[in-house]
Structures are given as structure tokens and as C-alpha cells.
Design a protein around this ligand. Structure first.
Ligand code: CAA
Length: 391
């Protein structure tokens, strides 16, 4: 095995929630000009979880098509990235491992660093496959973005899970070695263990994102990465889709290049189609942007894509991937559109009611109402245990 053996994303599938809240409904309630949501932050709707959905049910819905297509035998590792952890001790991936029927000869672990940890999982997976190319790693990024009602962050909520199979000789994206890294101790967005909603200084968080982009790009170039002109598209972490445009203008600026709006729209536009209707999915967001790009671009064969992963707090990574010839035959475009289109619209009262739901913590037996059409649902809380049910 040489270090130039191709390793990367062999398959990618995403899932989202049962419900959707249109920004027009939110704007009508809070008296905001809809232009602020549609144009100012670039969001049209947000996924809202049903009472019986969580990061595990979304993760299973995302990963099941992958194990159905490729089998489970070569998967010896499951890496579950999330900001929306459901337990201080047990990795959410252990439930997923069981619900998918993965082999017992596997390691499962959960990773956390705000929206960044999906990329940490991808890079760790590549290292594991490099050590033994016969193995495959199931990487899952699953999150529900939740802010306080009536706060500025509310319009940037959302939810989704992405599952990726990482392998040697991948069919979708070869991930390249140079990686630009950046870490700084910033309090721009965080969520103490006792809170279900994130705390954020919104405007500081935008500045922190741009600073981290700058730092990771600088390190990427010092690590021998590609020049900016090599890239035909960029997948940014998209807490709201307008953020990708802000970030790209900043990158062009620090590289001394013109920020031509038509050119920016060409390199970013196709990455935002899904996130503009799903909302922020934290760890999954950049990989949803990749799915959107692959599903909508004409032909990206052998082209280089830049990835900018950012997690508040903060950690960022800039890396590159190239698109594998024949990738179109392995996409899940119809299923991705179906996951978005099948969501049921909520009125504002129903949305607030779902937002206000909390998990009972008295150790009793609490059945959860049946709402989701997902392959797995959270059916009860029983003596502090989450009980999942296959459909
Ligand atoms: N028509 C068109 N545009 C309008 C408008 C209208 N009627 N009214 C306002 N706008 C524009 C504003 O000019 C502004 O655009 P620019 O940023 O380009 O100037 C945009 O709409 C937003 O307006 P405000 O800044 O006034 O909005 P706000 O104070 O409500 O805050 C926010 C916006 C900071 C994004 C807020 O939604 C928030 O706090 N979100 C959560 C935090 C977040 O997503 N941070 C991103 C970086 S951190 C990260 O990436 C990690 C993560 O996932 C959380």
C-alpha cells in the first residue's frame, strides 16, 4: 500500500426529518421581511424533527441505503460525528450499529467539535483504510440545529444526517493528502451540557468562521496544497447558505483575486440547493453541499473540489478532493430529492409545539407518539433508556 493509493468517499447518502417549516411561515409570524430570509441569509425552509426522530433515526435512514448497496462485511469501524449528542457516555453509533445489523467485530465511537467533527471522522477513516485497504469505514454526521424561539439564530435551524462509506478505490471522491488546519479558542457558539439550544454570538461567529477559513487556507498552502485556480467548485460549511458566499469572497480577497459575482455564483451556486431548504445540519452541512453539487453539476469528472469545514469554538480544515470518472452512475439524486420533497409542512403553532418538546428525565415509561415515516423511530423512553423500533 503506497500513500498515493486512492482513498475517499465511495458512497454518500443523506436523510432528513418528517417535517418542514417554510421561512414564509416564520416571517409572517415574526414580522420579518421575507427578503431577509430568502436573500439576506439564503434560506427558504428548515427541516424540523418529529417527536419520534433524533440523530439516531436520521442516521439509520441515511446509512441503510449504503449497507443495502454494499453489504456490511467490510465495515469494521463506525465513526459518528454530532453536536446533538443524546448521551454523555454511550456513542449514538452503537444504536445505529445494532439497528443496521453491522458485525460485532467492529469499533464504534462518537466525535465532537461543533460542526467540524464530520471532517475529523472522514480524515480518521482515511487513516484506517490506508492501514488496511480491505476495510471500509462508515462515517455518519447527524445533527439537529436548535436555537431559542424568537432568537436571531432561529431562522438558521435545520436537521439532516449524511452517511459516507470511506474506502480504497472510491467511486465518488478521492481525498487528497494535504490538509490545512486551524484551531483557536473562541466562544462564538457553544452548548453547555444542561442546554438543548445553542448559545451564539451570531455576528462574532461569522467573523470567527472567516478567521478560521483564512488560517486553514494559509496552512493548506504551506502544506503544499493546490493553488486556488485549480478548483472548479468549493463546498463550504453552510450554517446558512449566504455564509458560503461571504466566505468565498473572503478567500478571494486574501488571495488578491477579484470577487466577480458571476464567477462566485458559478463555483458555489450548485452547492447550496439542498442546504437552502434543509437549514443548518451542523456536521452534515458541508457533505450535504457536496451531494448537492454532484447531483446538479453537468460533469465534474477529474475536477478538483475545495472543502472548507468549520466548527465553532473553533476548528477548521481546508482540503481537496477530485471527482472520480464514472461517479454519476453511483449518485443517489432521486432519493435525495425524495427525502426533501416528502417532508410535511408545519404551521407555526405545530412547529412551536415540537420545538418545545423535551425528553422526560424522571426515569418513567414514556411512549413517544408515532409521527415519522422513517425506517426507524424512537418509540419510548423507558427507565432512562431510548427504545428504537424498526418500521
Ligand atoms: N432583504 C434582503 N436582505 C436583508 C433584508 C431584506 N429585507 N434584511 C436584512 N437583510 C440582510 C442583511 O443585510 C444581512 O446581510 P449581510 O450579512 O450580507 O449584511 C443579512 O440579511 C442578515 O441580517 P442581520 O445580520 O441583520 O441578521 P441577524 O442579526 O438576525 O443575524 C445571523 C443573522 C447572525 C446569521 C443569525 O441568524 C445567527 O445568529 N445565526 C446562528 C449563528 C450562525 O449561523 N453563525 C454562522 C457562523 S458560525 C458557524 O458556521 C457554525 C454553525 O454552524 C453555527
Amino acid at each position: 500500500m503506497t500513500s498515493d493509493t486512492a482513498i475517499g468517499i465511495h458512497d454518500l447518502s443523506f436523510a432528513t426529518t418528517e417535517f418542514v417549516l417554510e421561512h414564509t411561515v416564520l416571517a409572517e409570524y415574526d414580522g420579518t421581511d421575507i427578503g431577509k430570509y430568502h436573500v439576506g441569509i439564503g434560506q427558504r425552509s428548515m427541516s424540523v424533527p418529529a417527536a419520534d426522530e433524533d440523530i439516531v433515526t436520521m442516521a439509520v435512514a441515511a446509512a441503510a441505503p449504503i449497507t443495502a448497496r454494499h453489504g456490511v462485511d467490510q465495515i469494521r469501524t463506525v465513526l459518528f460525528a454530532t453536536e446533538t449528542s443524546i448521551d454523555q457516555s454511550k456513542a449514538a453509533g452503537v444504536y445505529v450499529h445494532s439497528l443496521l445489523g453491522l458485525p460485532s467485530s467492529a469499533r464504534v465511537v462518537e466525535l465532537k467539535q461543533a460542526c467540524y467533527s464530520g471532517t475529523a471522522a472522514l480524515q480518521l477513516a482515511i487513516g484506517l483504510v490506508r492501514r488496511d485497504p480491505s476495510q471500509r469505514v462508515l462515517v455518519i454526521a447527524s445533527d439537529i440545529s436548535k436555537y431559542d424561539l424568537d432568537s436571531p439564530g432561529e431562522a438558521t435551524q435545520g436537521a439532516a444526517a449524511v452517511a459516507m462509506l470511506v474506502s480504497a478505490d472510491p467511486t465518488l471522491i478521492r481525498i487528497e493528502d494535504p490538509s490545512g488546519l486551524y484551531t483557536a479558542d473562541v466562544m462564538d457558539f457553544w452548548r453547555p451540557n444542561y442546554r438543548t439550544t445553542a448559545l451564539v454570538d451570531g455576528h462574532q461567529s461569522i467573523g470567527a468562521y472567516l478567521q478560521a477559513l483564512e488560517g486553514s487556507w494559509k496552512d493548506y498552502t504551506e502544506q503544499g496544497g493546490r493553488p486556488l485556480s485549480d478548483f472548479s467548485a468549493f463546498c463550504y460549511h453552510q450554517p446558512f447558505t449566504k455564509m458560503a458566499f461571504k466566505a468565498h469572497r473572503h478567500l478571494l480577497n486574501i488571495c488578491g483575486q477579484d470577487a466577480d459575482p458571476a464567477e462566485i455564483s458559478r463555483t458555489l451556486g450548485l452547492t447550496t440547493a439542498y442546504n437552502s431548504v434543509l437549514g443548518n445540519s451542523y456536521t452534515a452541512s458541508m457533505y450535504v453541499a457536496l451531494a448537492s453539487l454532484l447531483d446538479h453539476a453537468d460533469d465534474l469528472t477529474d475536477q478538483a473540489i475545495g472543502f472548507v469545514s468549520y466548527g465553532s469554538g473553533s476548528v477548521a480544515e481546508f482540503f481537496a478532493g477530485t471527482v472520480v470518472p464514472g461517479y454519476q452512475g453511483h449518485l443517489r439524486t432521486a432519493a435525495n430529492r425524495e427525502a426533501i420533497d416528502r417532508r410535511q409542512p408545519l404551521d407555526h403553532a405545530r412547529y412551536r409545539e415540537l420545538h418545545g418538546r423535551s425528553i422526560p428525565n424522571d426515569g418513567g415509561v414514556h411512549p413517544v407518539p408515532r409521527q415519522t415515516g422513517a425506517p426507524v423511530r424512537l418509540s419510548a423512553l423507558d427507565h432512562h433508556k431510548r427504545i428504537y423500533e424498526l418500521r
